[in-house]
Design a binder for this molecule. Structure first.
Ligand code: C5P
Length: 288
């Protein structure tokens, strides 16, 4: 039986526009996904038989809605359906990304499970095939499977890789949020943002996040945190919240801003990454 420990990096949406609504109710988006050098950790162990189990409890997440377990089951079914090898697995998620923070916690765990078990079970699926399986689990899963910061369109699955270079951010967790489906359904949400050409030749900061006015109107704690952060820069929202962030010029500035804000909020300085650390972990010879 084999074991593999993989990072599961968090993401930020450097801007997020809602450009339309599809007939199936899902929304068309334009966004930039910035992967981070910080996130959860997923420990995978293959087991005899075919059961998919948790190796440890995950407080706040029911087994039936655990996307990491669902990812393993989806991969197992796809492998069986296409005559590929598979097996059983025990999955332990060490959670650091707060639940409901807009940083893709459940999606990145699911992506690391797809990538890791594909290697451990020797299923032989390509990244594109794994991303397609991931899209069925959630709109944010494909970017983590491809493992590259990217410009995204569609529901977030049409990806153009980006080189964002060395960037630092200060994350502020206001502690309260609103669930994603209810924000997408909010009558006050702008759904007709003009479509932009992909690329970085513009001020992403000025583009903003269409969920910010809706969320800050519904959650006073988010509006208060944004006002406090505004003395240090332009506060931005990631995903449907509730994490707010500031971009910092360098590591020292990020650390200084963190100490300025930490008396009031749960804060963290993090570095952006163009390439997911999962790709490096899997590139070790035994997983090539
Ligand atoms: O894909 P994910 O599971 O994260 O989406 C959660 C919910 O958010 C969906 O069921 C849908 O109501 C809404 N959503 C949407 N358009 C998107 C992504 C999510 O309407 N592009």
């Amino acid at each position: 039986m084999a074991e593999l420990t993989l990072p599961a990096p968090a993401k930020l949406n450097l801007f997020l526009h809602v450009t339309g609504r599809r007939p199936d109710g899902y929304h068309e988006l334009q966004t930039v996904f910035q992967l981070l050098d910080w996130g959860d950790e997923v420990v995978l162990a293959t087991t005899r038989g075919s059961s998919i189990d948790r190796g440890a409890d995950l407080p706040g997440v029911e087994e039936s809605s655990d996307l990491a377990l669902r990812a393993a089951k989806v991969l197992q079914s796809a492998a069986r359906a296409r005559g590929r090898p598979s097996g059983g697995a025990s999955i332990t998620v060490h959670k650091r990304i707060p639940l409901g923070s807009g940083m893709g916690g459940a999606s990145t765990d699911a992506a690391s499970v797809l990538l890791g078990l594909n290697a451990l079970w020797d299923c032989g699926f390509s990244r594109d095939e794994l991303a397609a399986l991931g899209l069925g689990l959630g709109a944010d899963v494909p970017v983590f499977v491809h493992g590259q910061s990217a410009w995204a369109e569609g529901v977030g699955e049409r990806l153009t890789p980006l080189c964002l270079g060395e960037r630092w951010y200060v994350l502020v967790f206001p502690g309260e949020g609103v669930d994603t489906p209810s924000l997408f359904a909010d009558p006050g949400l702008r759904r007709n943002a003009p479509r932009l050409e992909p690329g970085l030749e513009r001020d992403l900061c000025a583009l903003g996040n269409d969920f910010f006015p809706v969320l800050s109107g519904r959650v006073p704690a988010v509006a208060r945190a944004a006002r406090r952060m505004a003395q240090f820069g332009v506060p931005r929202l990631t995903g449907t919240g509730s994490t707010l962030f500031l971009e910092a010029a360098d590591e020292a500035t990020a650390n200084r801003l963190t100490s300025d804000l930490k008396n009031h909020y749960n804060v963290r300085a993090v570095r952006g990454r163009d390439r997911s650390p999962v790709a490096d972990s899997l590139a070790r010879p035994e997983h090539e």
